[in-house]
Design a protein around this ligand. Sequence first.
Ligand code: ASP
Length: 449
Amino acid sequence: MKVVKFGGSSLASATQLEKVLNIVKSDLERKFIIVSAPGKRNSKDTKVTDALIKYYKHYISEKDVTEDQKWIIQRYQDIANDLHLDNRVMEKIQKAVLSLATLPITDNSFLYDTFLAAGEDNNAKLIAQYFNQNGINALYMHPKKAGIKVTSDPGNAQIIPSSYDRLEKLSDLEEVIVIPGFFGVTQDGQICTFSRGGSDITGSIVAAGVKADLYENFTDVDGIFAAHPGIIDNPNSITELTYREMRELAYAGFTVLHDEALIPAYRGHIPLVIKNTNNPSHPGTRIVLNHSKEQQPVVGISADDGFTSINLSKYLMNREIGFGRKVLQILEDLNISFEHMPTGIDDMSIIIRDRELTPIKEEEILRQLTHKIEVDKAEIERNLSILMVVGENMMSHIGVTAKAASALSENNINIEMISQGSSEVSILFVIRTEQKNDAIKALYNAFFQ
Ligand code: ASP
């Protein structure tokens, strides 16, 4: 049995929905369909979720919302007309969109989430109707009925583990079940969304709950590329990745899938495949627990910008017991999370995402390092990028770091720092952001050409 999630671009128009219908019809194992809200039809279009945000903002500031309501309803109406859907479904959608503007504004921490979730919820109703009119015995199911219980954290809901047992009971149903993605229901019955892009998370939760054989995530690309296609022309697409490799690539900029979406499927031991709605015969990228066959040592190269390093040194640092703890305590007290901490004998660098820092926090870190911990030198280095060379199989290969480092040096790229965890899933280089694109090209040529 398969759980299938379709993203917004796969559901943006009647033409896209026809492809979705064929995909679902072509495989009887596709039993659970998780849907996003309609996405953009072209680059200038607005996603329904974004239109709902606008609608919400106008509503809470007591502005006229008629245009917002009209636009959103028309968006569904266009699809329904093109697909010749029974009018009753549009009546329900219209009512649901209008009724948002009757909800209480004050003391309602879930109002924003309720508006946003309407994009997915109404799309699921529409799609179930479309399936039913076209030979699929389908059932629309609200997350409340499906048992998707979440914590009361608006915009950042977390699944409550008892949901998995409730979801498991759905496997006995006859129909193809259509569930809106992106949100669950709190203990008090409030609508609460996952973070943006969170329909992937619903798909993963349902796959783990119903113990699916496969979680298929349909989007608009032929899977995951070995490097960013904006930097490398026609990069290889990856046929198979492990969950650990995917996590490393996602950490440094690969955003095909919401990274929180990996957790339920990984814990439930469910393989996942990323496929293209516009090219469904392409095998896509499979994400598995362990590689099925011997792989190349490197599966992908990713990079991410926006890092700052705090570099410090103190003579005989290595002999001072508790030195590392004191440094990290400064960060903890300022509520700063750090990413990496490469060390030398008498020096240490702490790599932090720029968004964690403010000028005041930076000043305070330097002040405390100098006065409290009495370092000899402390400085801040900005405009850094991280570069990750990823592959579980590098563990059994000698010379991967050497090959990467020489590819970088041959292209005059200065390595600011280098780090590799004991699990050897990746090698991380810190470089200057202006050299990032050249660095990716150099590494791609070394490992894939
Ligand atoms: N529609 C939601 C968003 O735009 C969730 C999703 O598409 O996965 O964030």
